[in-house]
Write a protein that binds this ligand. Structure first.
Ligand code: GTP
Length: 422
């Protein structure tokens, strides 16, 4: 029996995803029509031995989380449960806190996913590699290539190319270590808890023996505290993938992840993609997902890389590309939406134009990743990025909104660019 754990973080994480994460926990944000972590769970469903998927985080249980779990539970044949940490315990601290739940039923191993990545998860190959790479207790992490410059923003590892053992691991190094980076997906046997237990004990000793005025940390980080010390001990191995992989940190990276998952549907779920040859529906360019409850005028043109959520209404002559339109939004006749996220129940008036600037990976560089970047440049100006309309925003007819972020419930009366409207 196998289990899977998805680390979903909590409200104190996902800050670069605001204002969208104000409405909904970031792991539930819909990408290509389904919540980010639905894609993880769907990938798990392809492994026949999976019996239990545990979501670990610090979010308060909420309607949205409960609804998600109930509906995923109904769709997939294994258990799906949410376990709430009393405080953010770190990427390994949460695992350790819930070790009894993870080990119940005596799984031979378990997968651990970072909840904020998108990937064509090669789970069967990863598991197969893990089983064959060594006969002793050992741990496996998925890795991929990045560019030399971008590697510094990730966990970097050096592998022995013959044995695939990880010889050196540094999280976000100051200087170049390797272009091979950690994807945030691991296979662990139960023995991993001996290592996390030692780190836990060390923390406790520091708490007891330290200065009470300067309390020591009580979080345990999987990457720095557990995996880095395991490098070159003969216990840590890596399986490298060339499949697509990206972190989902900023809203711009959600647009990129949307594109990646839509392209994956050609292989996994062609039925989710709109038919570009349909004679009755709107004009479809490239990959487009339209929820069955959306109403789209046949004279609209959608795509490439567009997701239209449930109960969206799209009027005549509307043009949408490289965008996500969230549940209940209305796009009035002839408006144009480019590189944007249109929030829940927002409205864009007729003939208006809502446009953002994509922050896509450099297409001329092999293995380039999405730069999560900062919101502001050195002069305190908003960096051009995708446009985001928070929930319930109203854009009047015949205006232009460019490179802007509008917080929930805003109504503007004229054109607006390069600003955040609080
Ligand atoms: P940043 O660039 O600072 O975001 O670092 P990172 O990309 O290395 O991410 P981080 O290690 O902080 O998080 C990896 C995954 O673990 C994300 O999906 C987080 O939501 C999740 N995570 C981070 N800290 C915690 C925690 O304390 N508890 C739980 N359950 N999950 C966490």
């Amino acid at each position: 029996m196998l289990k899977a754990v998805i680390l979903i973080g909590g409200p104190q994480k996902g800050t670069r995803f605001r204002p969208l994460s104000l409405e909904l926990p970031k792991p539930l944000f819909p990408v290509a029509g389904f919540p980010i972590i639905y894609h993880h769970i769907e990938a798990c469903s392809k492994l026949p031995d999976i019996q239990d998927v545990l979501l670990i985080g610090t979010y308060q249980p909420s309607d949205s989380l409960n609804r998600f779990i109930t509906s995923a539970q109904r769709e997939f044949k294994f258990n799906i449960r949410y376990l709430q940490e009393y405080t953010a315990l770190g990427t390994a601290g949460g695992l350790y806190h819930f070790r009894d739940q993870i080990l119940s039923g005596q799984p031979k191993g378990f997968l651990v996913f970072n909840g904020d990545v998108c990937c064509k998860f090669p789970l069967a190959e990863l598991w197969d590699f893990h089983e064959k790479v060594s006969q002793d207790d050992h741990y496996t992490m998925l890795s991929t290539e990045a560019t030399r410059d971008q590697s510094l923003s990730y966990g970097c590892l050096v592998e022995n190319e013959n044995t695939h053992e990880v010889m050196h691991y540094v999280e976000k190094p100051q200087t170049f270590v390797s272009t091979v980076i950690n994807c945030g997906l691991y296979v662990f046997p139960p023995e991993i808890f001996q290592h996390i237990g030692k780190a836990f004990q060390q923390n406790q000793d520091e708490v007891l023996n330290g200065d009470p005025l300067f309390p020591s940390k009580d979080t345990i980080r999987l990457e720095q505290d557990i995996l880095a010390p395991l490098a070159s001990t003969g216990k840590l191995f890596t399986f490298k993938t060339n499949n697509f992989w990206s972190q989902i940190k900023s809203a711009g990276s959600a647009i990129f992840a949307n594109r990646l998952y839509l392209s994956l549907y050609h292989e996994t779920h062609p039925d989710r993609l709109s038919d570009p040859k349909s004679e009755t529906g709107p004009s479809i360019r490239g990959d487009v997902y339209i929820h069955p409850t959306a109403t789209v005028d046949p004279t609209a043109t959608l795509g490439p890389n567009v997701t239209i959520a449930a109960n969206v209404t799209i009027g005549a002559g509307v043009r949408v590309r490289e965008s996500i339109v969230l549940e209940g939004a209305t796009l009035q006749d002839h408006c144009c939406i480019l590189h944007s996220i249109i929030g829940w129940n927002s409205m864009v008036g007729a003939w208006s134009r809502v446009e953002g600037t994509p922050n896509d990976p450099n297409p001329n560089l092999d293995h380039a990743k999405m730069d999560s970047g900062t919101l502001f440049n050195g002069d305190g100006k908003l960096n051009p990025s995708i446009t985001i309309l928070g929930t319930n925003v109203s854009i009047p007819p015949e205006v232009m909104v460019l490179n802007a972020i509008l917080l929930p419930d805003k109504q503007i009366s004229s054109s607006f660019k390069n600003q955040i409207l609080l």
